[in-house]
Design a protein around this ligand. Sequence first.
Ligand code: FBP
Length: 548
Amino acid sequence: MTKSALQIARATYKPKVPAALNGAVKAVEGEYTQSIADQEDIKLLFPNTYGMPIITFEKNTAKTSAPAINVGVILSGGQAPGGHNVIAGLFDGIKAINNASRLYGFILGPGGLIEHKYMELTAGVIDDYRNTGGFDMIGSGRTKLETKEQFDRGLEILKELGITALVIIGGDDSNTNACVLAEYYKAINAGVQVIGCPKTIDGDLKNGQIETSFGFDTACKVYSEVIGNIERDCNSAQKYWHFIKLMGRSASHIALECALQTQPNICIISEEVEAKNMSLDDIVTYIATIVARRAEDGNNFGTVLIPEGLIEFVPAMKRLIAELNDYLAKHDTEFKMIKKSEQRTYIISKLTKDNSALYASLPEGVARQLTLDRDPHGNVQVSLIETEKLLSEMVGKKLSAWKKEGRYCGKFSALHHFFGYEGRCAAPSNYDADYCYSLGYTASCLIASGRTGYMSSVRNTTAPAAKWIAGGIPVTMMMNMEKRHGEMKPVIQKALVKLDDAPFKAFAAKRDEWALTTAYVYPGPIQYFGPTEVADEPTKTLQLEQRK
Ligand code: FBP
């Protein structure tokens, strides 16, 4: 495999870890825990793994020895920078416990466990992937591990390979399922511990105990670099409005962090749109007003950041989508018989008054997407909707109307971008390389101390790495009951942007100024070497959240 000069240099990077992880550790038990809500229900569902204490690892001065262990590892869900370092940390950790320990990777996600597809991860394999982006060492997948049949089938291969601990690296759903698996294996005395690790670029797996999910730092830095480049281009030519959609599923953490890093003219935050009950027209008017005011100053250019999940947070759109889902589920055959050119008129005639009017106001392309692209559950795949084009088209229309009324006298020319996949497999920043390696190493410590149903946790990460705190959080502690597909289920609560938290407040305090002045910041590419303030800086989100 040919490697770039950076890859070769980067392979030698030794991730920084919490001081306690340099040598033998002891597990210190903290307070016994409760779930964040619905305690009685969750206790009933997790009789063997509920209420366990928080664990912190401290230096152990006593000499320790432990038998060799075989451990399995799974990468679950979307790629996030640093996954390979979690595996490297886990590998080094179990080897430090006993050099005869072995690590197996299940191929292409949880499906590999069910289908018994695996490979042994030896030092040779691991060394090739240290500090690299991607999940290609073993691949990832979105199969949900949730049924007893899957758990039993998985247990067959775990037994065959002598694996007594499984580490699942995933987001909120995968960690919820990891906890269900931990509970099940404990209940049947299977002799397999299950440990989770918080992964997702979306940044929505965080709470009082988990500071951030890995990958968020690198992905935001990659997007911010490119947004900064676009801003500079935009300010150089002064002729385009750039509409940039950013990945992140429902939550707007990525858009918010990128806004804090690059100071665009506009950034829409979905959670605020919902809280203020804003309509699509309100959002369009907000953007058009800023375009018009900048035009008055002779600035016919700008940048707009749009979170991927926005549409779902516009209450009126939510209602329209719900009615469309319902209607099309019941009248699918009839709808498919209608000529393409007449489908729009057909839908307009079938919806209730408000939804019909909203549907009629949507640009052709978006209206079609709302009726065509459905997932296996019959729902519109909102992430496929080109919100950036929808908004710019509607803003364009509004500005034309304002022009006729003499309220606007500028030029509006829009360009569109969607950044998502570009950042998910980037080589991890120093923060993610260190954080991920520490999470993996900590997972090995949790295994060695006999824990199951825990998520690996590394805290205090805005301090220098030596001061980071490694430990474990019982997954049940992060759970509450939520309705999923019509049924109440125990799940880890997804963290959306909170409007009363420091990151949003910092953005809200500045956005009017950024809208009218051109206050762009150009973060530049991620630096892997160099002064610590350049190479090791955590996200603005984390810094603001932890600034007491
Ligand atoms: P995870 O939540 O599994 O980490 O995935 C995050 C994500 O990148 C979202 O931001 C995005 O909406 C989704 O995955 C895209 O999914 P896919 O990789 O299946 O296209």
